[in-house]
Design a protein around this ligand. Structure first.
Ligand SMILES: CC[C@@H](C(=O)O)C(=O)SCCNC(=O)CCNC(=O)[C@H](O)C(C)(C)COP(=O)(O)OP(=O)(O)OC[C@H]1O[C@@H](n2cnc3c(N)ncnc32)[C@H](O)[C@@H]1OP(=O)(O)O
Ligand SMILES: [Co+2]
Length: 139
């Protein structure tokens, strides 16, 4: 696989509304999207645009959320994952598995409407990595 652009940094938060205010008031964030629910991924989401990437605020959608355990350990929230673009997610998964990395589950449709998959943080030096397939030619 070939490592692509940093698409977003995922930030877990107990309150998207409060985090929006923090980024707006402390950092001057202006391009703040409308929060939306992504029940299939167990999260509520809000994107903040920066000049070269996005911050993805994620709040649990319900108790079964994949970020519930992270927030139990980090009640104030924190940096949760980084997302890199790849041209072909199935090729990336096959390559990672061949190299012995743990790929978490099957590809699913993420917040940008394209397939995503996660690599276990224990195989990535403690960083949860999301891979996101970009539309053909947009990589
Ligand atoms: C908005 C949609 C989408 C997008 O389009 O962008 C998203 O980004 S969705 C984001 C949320 N979804 C996910 O994170 C799915 C993938 N995650 C998982 O499968 C699990 O969260 C996990 C990574 C396997 C962790 O499992 P979990 O049961 O939640 O936690 P544990 O407490 O058992 O963790 C085991 C181990 O890993 C460490 N850990 C957990 N999360 C992270 C993290 N985000 N970054 C770094 N390390 C993490 C955790 O501390 C444990 O370590 P030890 O304590 O040393 O055992
Ligand atoms: Co993400």
């Amino acid at each position: 696989m070939t490592l692509g652009r940093l698409n977003h940094v995922g930030v877990a938060t107990p309150s998207i509304a409060k985090s929006i205010e923090t980024y707006r008031i402390l950092l001057g964030a202006a391009a703040i999207g409308e929060p939306f629910d992504l029940p299939a991924q167990g999260v509520k989401v809000c994107f903040i645009d920066t000049p070269n990437t996005q911050i993805e605020l994620i709040e649990p959608y319900d108790d079964a959320s994949p970020i519930a355990s992270f927030l139990a350990k980090n009640p104030a929230g924190g940096q949760h994952h980084v997302c890199f673009e790849v041209a072909d997610i199935h090729a990336a998964i096959a390559d990672l598995k061949a190299k012995g990395a743990r790929v978490l589950g099957e590809p699913r449709i993420g917040a940008h409407g394209t397939p995503i998959v996660f690599v276990h943080p224990k195989d990535m030096g403690g960083v949860l990595v999301e891979l996101m397939e970009t539309p053909h030619g947009d990589h």
